[in-house]
Write a protein that binds this ligand. Structure first.
Ligand code: UDP
Length: 343
């Protein structure tokens, strides 16, 4: 059985839904401390197949009890704090939650003899791009604490794969966005408190839900219109890549791609190869909603590289994966969620 950390979070809950749909007889263990996640995101037709535990990953006794109670073969590890801006203001919160707690969890996981893990990493591990689009061979020199904490765990996994039988995939997400949509509308979607991400904030501004204009952080970047370029990837495309990564690391002939021959880990970018500036995202929001987004140009946000765009050719080659949603479809799905959101 699979164990999913951060299962009630934005990306975790989309993965859970996608995985359970794809594996109709599967059950899974969901672990979440519910500090950021929302129980409603696990609510739905499949919830009888979810064994939910409310605990933090650093509670080693509680985690060991969960591994004892279920036969776990693999872990998908989403739980983390993931705000670039906040990580610059509260770095130790990020070191504690993303690094210390994860190391404790990994210790218990390996003691329970579980040796397969898919880890949520990030394009923020690259830092300022030396070239674009970024492939996995690009140097990793993060310029914010969030990226540093994710890189520390990539390094820990690499070290552990050399000293134990650990097999891992570190999936370096670019900008996760959008929401699951079905005939019934959106039952789950992005909901952060406070919200700091561009697409939900731009939608809120367009829909008149915000009492202030959308701030554009920096208009003097060396990009085509002066605003930051990001690669927005639909959350269901991410979910599918996790399912494929689990199959990859479970396969008998899986070998790592690192220089050390004993290493059994792989790092894979997940993005669309299409960058959009902040102003282009705003234009997409205006097109989808048919409404104006009131904006205000302000200073740069500390820790933001000018451009992050994925070369995803490795994901295509190794996982047989490619993104299905373009920016407009991402924004459209996020808008559907905003129109009907339950949490
Ligand atoms: N951004 C912005 N105004 C906002 C929020 C974000 O201009 O209110 C910019 C931000 O500087 C970055 C891009 O939008 O260049 C995406 O930011 P987000 O926080 O959504 O994701 P991140 O890139 O930090 O993971």
């Amino acid at each position: 059985m699979l164990l999913v950390t951060g299962a009630a979070g934005y990306i975790g809950s989309h993965f859970v839904r996608h995985y359970l749909k794809q594996n109709p007889s599967a059950e899974l263990v969901a672990v979440d401390n519910l500090s950021l996640g929302n129980l409603l995101s696990l609510d739905g037709s499949c919830n009888s197949r979810i064994h939910l535990y409310k605990t933090s990953l650093g509670s080693m006794d509680a985690i060991a009890g969960i591994f004892d109670a279920h036969e776990i073969d693999a872990v998908v590890h989403f739980a983390a704090n993931a705000y670039v801006g906040e990580s610059q203001i509260k770095p130790f919160k990020y070191f504690e939650n993303n690094v210390v707690e994860t190391l404790k969890f990994l210790q218990v996981m390996l003691a329970a003899d579980v040796k397969q893990i898919v880890f949520s990493s990030t394009c923020a591990t690259y830092g300022n791009p030396k070239y674009s689009p970024l492939n996995e061979a690009h140097q990793q020199r993060p310029i914010n604490t969030y990226g540093s904490t994710k890189l520390m765990i990539e390094e820990a996994l690499r070290a552990l794969s050399l000293s134990s039988q650990l097999k891992y995939a570190a999936l370096r997400y670019f900008n996760a966005a959008g929401a699951d949509t079905s005939e019934k509308g959106s039952e789950i979607g992005e909901s952060h408190e406070p919200e700091s991400h561009l697409i939900p904030l731009a939608l809120a501004a367009a829909m008149g839900r915000s009492n202030q204009p959308l701030k554009i952080f920096g208009s003097d970047y060396p990009t085509k219109d002066g605003t930051c370029v990001r690669d927005y990837i639909h959350v269901n495309d991410l979910a599918e890549a996790h399912c494929l990564a689990l199959k990859l690391i479970a396969s008998a002939d899986f070998n790592g791609d690192m220089e050390e021959s004993a290493n059994s880990g792989v790092a894979i970018n997940l993005g669309t190869a299409n960058g959009a500036t902040v102003k282009e995202v705003i234009a997409a929001v205006e097109k989808v909603t048919g409404k104006n987004v009131p904006c205000l140009a302000v200073d740069r946000r500390p820790g933001d590289p000018p451009e992050l765009v994925a070369d995803y050719s490795k994901a295509k080659a190794v996982l047989g994966w490619q993104p299905q949603f373009n920016l407009e479809q991402v924004v459209e799905s996020a808008y559907q969620w905003e129109l009907t959101r339950r949490y």
